[in-house]
Design a protein around this ligand. Structure first.
Ligand code: C2E
Ligand code: MG
Ligand code: MG
Ligand code: MG
Length: 293
């Protein structure tokens, strides 16, 4: 293609593209050592009850403190970890860190809430997942009901038999399952019913919340919520940032709110402070008037 475009194509090698290429190169090179060098850290974002505003869950989100690039987003290095196979090692680290952190919070008498971790498709579909999960639950001594595993729709569309089986086994262990980024895959709503009793929670993707002034999007949201409730699933609204979005997610009966309006993901010590509060107040970064509870 570069040839077709002739001589002038060198202009695409802008400095920023070079920097990006160099960044990916160094990240890939350094990822292997990141765990040993203690550069990975979990951040924690509260999930807040839509009605009571109490913290009812927490999602663990990985961060990489890279010596050269600073805090690197998982969107940048999880794909690299998947490509290089390092995702298995990385997931193991995440599970251990999340379970022991949650156990630590419980031991200090803070409210007992489930912790959610994200599992990539590769990790979820790997044959030793079940053994691996039960091993670290034993190690951390965390009651399985306080662990939730987040998977994406794409996983469900893989080998359905295997996936259903894995989900059943995880359920038998007492672990909760959430369907993350719901609505972004190509699956139909009807397929959800196959996963009744397997999936506890669906997390509505941020793209719907962003668009909530749109009447059609509102209708889709309320239909998803109605169906999910009919199937006994809890609904989390992801990426709620504004007061108006909060009002609408409440009006459309979402059960749990996660988003910057309550808190971004924060380091463990800051999350501890949040957990000590009875309920969180919405903070609208756009400065629209917050409702007083
Ligand atoms: P996700 O699981 O859907 O996590 C939610 C993402 O949305 C997080 O980004 C969170 O910081 C961000 N977010 C939350 N509330 C808001 C909001 O109100 N507005 C906006 N604009 N964003 C919000 P983060 O931490 O950068 O993570 C990105 C993705 O990386 C996650 O999406 C998840 O798919 C993946 N990820 C994170 N940690 C892990 C991990 O430990 N393992 C795996 N396999 N994937 C992970
Ligand atoms: Mg997630
Ligand atoms: Mg999500
Ligand atoms: Mg995601």
């Amino acid at each position: 293609r570069a040839k077709e475009q002739g001589k002038n194509t060198y202009h695409i090698y802008t400095p920023s593209l070079n920097v990006q290429t160099y960044k990916i190169f160094t990240l890939e090179r350094d990822l292997r050592k990141a765990i040993e060098n203690d550069q990975l850290e979990l951040y924690y974002q509260p999930m807040v009850h839509a009605v009571s505003s109490e913290i009812v869950g927490v999602e663990a989100l990985i961060r990489w403190n890279h010596p050269e690039w600073g805090l690197v987003s998982p969107n940048e290095f999880i794909p690299l970890a998947e490509e290089t196979g390092l995702i298995l090692k990385l997931s193991k680290w995440v599970k251990q860190a999340a379970c022991s952190q949650n156990k630590a919070w419980q031991n200090t008498g803070l409210p007992t809430i489930p912790i959610s971790i994200n599992l990539s498709a590769h990790r979820f579909l790997h044959k030793d997942l079940l053994k691996n999960v039960s091993d670290f639950l034993n190690e951390s001594n965390l009651d399985p009901q306080y662990l939730e595993i987040e998977i994406t729709e794409t996983i469900l569309m893989e080998n359905r038999e295997t996936v259903l089986n894995t989900l059943s086994e995880l359920k038998k262990m007492g672990i909760k399952i959430a369907l993350d980024d719901f609505g972004t895959g190509y699956s139909s709503l009807a397929y959800l019913k196959q996963f009744k009793d397997k999936i506890d929670t669906i997390k509505i993707d941020r793209s719907f919340i962003k668009d909530l002034e749109d009447k059609d999007t509102q209708f889709i949201l309320s239909s998803i919520v109605e169906l999910a409730h009919h199937l006994n699933m809890t609904v989390v609204a992801e990426g709620v940032e504004k007061q108006e979005q909060l009002n609408l997610t409440r009006r459309f009966k979402c059960d749990i709110i996660q988003g910057f309006i309550f808190s971004e993901a924060v380091p463990a010590d800051r999350f501890t402070k949040l957990l000590k509060m009875k309920r969180l107040d919405p903070i609208d970064p756009t400065g629209e008037t917050s409702e007083k509870i």
